[in-house]
Design a binder for this molecule. Structure first.
Ligand SMILES: *Cc1c(COP(=O)(O)O)cnc(C)c1O
Length: 421
């Protein structure tokens, strides 16, 4: 497998961009090696500048749930582009996507579109603080809620891989109000609520995907709901990753727990930059211009991006489509597991751990065989499978990962398991 041209590009991007990338995890720092430079993506496959192709299990970090360049989405986007790239005005496109999201998630009575998951979480925190008149927030170790200052008390994936739980440049004062608890530990949350009166909200990834895939233990989400209600704090589900991924109605439908606010990103934009936050109507009524909580965005609700999101969710909602993707993920997970490793899926998200049992929090995730993952990742790449370049990332399966593609992954896997042992 040649990588001459990728290396040449990596030299150019390395001079231009920190780490040669536009977002840290892409640099392969977590696994070593050179990231292939991708010129084209179609279906389940990526094509690099050296003429290699790979089965992609990153899916643009989640959004490409129908597979890359799905004709229904690309056709609709191309048609919408002809009518202008954006006007900064109300449009039918945002109304359509907004209504569909509100239909799929009953807890989302109203919502506001933004441009990224980071922005959605940042705005939801501001709203939660304003609505409760409190400043403190509880988050979980290893959960990622974007890179806004108050959440960088202990971040997942990128920050973890680089070993800097707290980023320089984040004022101590800003994270003083952020309380961090271990994931799946209700006792720690109860204690934090007991010891701190001023807690505005609990932010949680209802299925954690930014420290590798870690599902909630039985009763965890229900317990958070009860604690929030008891202590007058808001429950905020960060469904940027899980939204339309673990269930069409998000993790809140899968586990039947209603949050007060929900954050969206990734799939909601179908591959273009979209985020959103939504929830109880009385809370959203406090957002400007209806209410005093300021939040705005020049490109928010961009019609081309709204079109990509709408077409993606529309296709996903068609009978049988979501179930077919879950079946693809289940087939893949079943093919990958064995005695020395655990592989499982939650909906269309997949996790693989080199460990006897699946970790339940960040501490346990760190005790899995991370070195083995690095060797495995390199071998899989050499065998034409593009995995997330870190053990602390979830894998994303799409509609395009049909039997033939899964077979190709399993063949590469057999070879890579031996090579990485
Ligand atoms: C990706 C992600 C974010 C951040 O979204 P961006 O669009 O990258 O800013 C926030 N929360 C979760 C759970 C995510 O997976």
């Amino acid at each position: 497998m040649s990588s001459e041209r990728s290396r040449a590009y990596n030299r150019i991007t390395g001079e231009l961009f920190p780490g040669g990338v536009s977002s840290p995890v892409r640099a392969f720092a977590g696994v070593g090696g050179t990231p292939p430079v991708i010129r084209k993506a179609k279906g389940a496959l990526l094509y690099d500048v050296d003429g290699n192709d790979y089965v992609d299990l990153v899916g643009s970090w989640g959004p490409m749930i129908l597979g890359h360049a799905h004709p229904e989405v690309t056709r609709a986007v191309a048609a919408r582009v002809q009518r202008g790239l954006g006007t900064g005005t109300p449009s039918p496109d945002e109304a359509r996507l907004g209504r569909l999201v509100a239909t799929l998630l009953p807890s989302v009575e109203r919502l506001r579109f933004v441009v990224s998951g980071t922005e959605a979480c940042m705005a939801a925190l501001r709203l939660a603080r304003a609505a409760t008149g409190r400043d403190k927030v509880i988050k979980f170790e290893g959960c990622y809620h974007g890179h806004a200052d108050p959440f960088l008390a202990s971040a997942g994936s990128g920050a973890l891989t680089f070993g800097t739980p707290n980023s320089p440049g984040v004022p101590a004062d800003v994270v003083r109000d952020t309380i961090t608890a271990p994931y799946n530990d209700l006792g720690a949350v109860a204690q934090a609520l007991e010891e701190n009166e001023e807690i505005a909200a609990i932010f949680v990834e209802p299925v954690a995907g930014n420290m590798g895939l870690i599902p909630p233990v039985e009763g965890f989400l229900e317990g958070l709901r009860e604690l929030c209600t008891d202590y007058g704090a808001l429950l905020v589900f960060d469904e940027v990753m899980t939204g339309f991924r673990v269930h069409l109605g998000g993790a809140q439908a899968l586990y039947d727990v209603m949050p007060d606010l929900t954050c969206f990103g990734k799939v909601i934009g179908g591959g273009l930059p979209v985020g959103a936050y939504g929830g109880r109507a009385d809370l959203l009524a406090q957002v400007a211009p209806e209410g005093p909580v300021y939040q705005a965005g020049t490109l928010s609700g961009n019609p081309v991006a709204m079109t990509a999101g709408y077409r993606t969710l529309k296709a996903l909602s068609r009978p049988g489509v979501f179930d077919a993707i879950v079946a693809n993920a289940t087939r893949l997970a079943e093919g990958l597991g064995d005695d020395d490793r655990v592989a499982f899926n939650v909906g269309t998200m997949m996790g693989l751990w080199f460990a006897d049992s699946a970790p339940r929090n960040l501490e346990e995730a760190k005790t899995t065989d991370l070195e083995r993952f690095k060797r495995y990742h390199a071998a899989m790449l050499a065998h034409g499978v593009h995995l997330p370049p870190s053990p602390f990332e979830a894998w994303f399966v799409s509609l395009a990962h049909d039997d033939r593609i899964i077979e190709r992954v399993l063949e590469a896997h057999e070879a890579s398991i031996t090579a990485s042992a």
